[in-house]
Design a protein. Sequence first.
Length: 699
Amino acid sequence: MKIAPATVVIENVSPLVDAGRYPIKRVIGEVIQVEADIFKDGHDALSARLKWRKVGDSVWSETPMHPHPWGNERWTGQFEVKENAAHEFTIEAWGDFWKSWLHEWEAKFAAPLDDLKSEMLEGAAFIEVSAAIATKAKKKTDADKLKAFAKKFTKATPTAVNEIVHDAVLNGLMATYSDRSMSSEFMLGFADTTELFPVKAKADLRYPRVWVDRAAAGFSAWYEFFPRSAEGLANRGSKFRDCVARVEDAKAMGFDVVYFPPIHPIGITARKGRNNSLKCDPCEPGVPYAIGNIHQSCPNGGGHKDVAPELGTLEDFQWLVGEIHKCEMEVALDFALNCSPDHPYVRDHPEWFFKRPDGTIKYAENPPKKYQDVYPLNYHNENWRALWDELTSVIEFWCEQGVRIFRVDNPHTKPIHFWEYMICKVQAKWPNTIFLSEAFTRPKVMRALAKVGYTQSYTYFTWRNSKSGLTEYFNELAHSESAEIMRPNLWPNTPDILPSYLQFGGRPAFMVRTILATTLAPIYGIYSGFELCENEGVAKNSWNPAADVRRFLEICDGDYRLLAREEYLDSEKYQFKARNWNAPDNIKPFITRLNAIRRTNPALQHLRNLHFCAADNDLVLAYSKSEGTNHLLIIVSLDAWHTQDAFVEVPLERFGLAEDQPYVVEDLLNDERYTWKGRRNFVRLFPESKPGHILRVVQ
């Protein structure tokens, strides 16, 4: 069949990631704004339609595109995604015969010309073509209306025709049944039909794609705790059935995801003791990340599809999942691809591991750290496909137990294509599955992991403390291509990381980081103990941050190792952790209020609406967020030691306010109200009592 060349050029389409190789990400209910340069030779009028559908469907939904207000042959349109599934979209554009004729008619009628009979017949012919299109679409009523209009053209005077051509019904029908016989359709310049990714191949990568997640993928608050430390006892561990009080406490603070570090059997060989000691006393529990124990009686072999007997049984875990669901919360499990020397994989598949020259299996190292209790897997071994399928089956097993959220440990140390393979297979069966990538370093690797399917990503937020560091990084996250693929999940602390800012800054620093984490991005999490302001690290120097806060924050952003080892002393990774969950000076009420503010203010449930505002103090950070009529101005002191003043510029245009208009702002943190006027207003912040404002525009 002879294919005619395209008549319209469609290029510079956005949003696209890597020319369309990877899907952009959205959640159910989000509106996607699509833009493109659309033009053709000559002076014909153009029409364009934005089309979208779920991958696998045969019928497109569509909506008109319109010239962009900025002009320059840029067009824009939008559509809403309503289902947790893979979608695809395209643009169809054509030289619009009717619009072109109408433009010509108006010019000639206004001239005026004496003889317009030929133009009238030509217009009638275009209407007849649209009538035929309506007939083919089995829209008889519309076809009859169009035929009647065409008939009028052949009998009416030019003045009467001029009235008819501006009839709203006629022009609506001509737009609906436009002649697209010479239209052009935007398609990607490649197709991926490789055998490795059969699920993605269904889309054939002919069209740009959108992966649409459920709402929790874009807005949630995570609370991490070790089940074995649920009761806060120093001399023994807790079980799954002892965790309900901790879950209820997390619920009361406003969290909606309970995240557990690995709950699998822990190896015995080379088991680590207190504070990562090579000597482990019999009463010490070992590191949960050293997974696998064939020496224990476990129904599923003692590996990644089992639970540690000291926590209970699989039935106990299923019971706990049910209790968490009753609290209208979800469970997130740690997917840590580590194997202890006692893992059944070591016995059954030694070829899946790295070997030393003497034939022994090599343990993990990250110099100067050594992990004698962990064997890393070799993802490129000769039997790699069996390994990839087995690891995918681990996720599938826990999905069958009711888990739909997984935090993945160190994904940047595993092949990128393994994650694309695994996530693709899992989401083909359970599209509501959420994957959080725990990759803090190497920004290009973080972005690559997001591209291949990770739902959420850890970020550099943990090490961004200065005004310049925070502003630069979050502008990148919210307004670059990263915003199309990477959803930041902000963690001020983790079991592995106790940042220097928290170690030196004490309770005010915890409050500052909580405000930032809860308002800069719609997803955040804390590791238990944060609410108690636990900040005793392994070692820190004698730096006095109060003497030079600006320099201190710069070092926290970069050379943080000059300040402290960012690890917890007596970390519960290696021992049972004694805690009073209601210890004095905790910030649980503060966290509770912030989570409530997030739930009741839609502006805080989005990322791309983040805009930084000028403040004349480089220790005061200000930014706005708006959604509909919900306008917020967040102002935070980055100084955990001193009172700070600043004049902050209010983005009046974003808030719909006039320069000379008085307006009221309400501080959602303490219910105080202030009457302001104009763009520039004064604030004073106190580290212990008022480290920040979350101001809602009342009027």
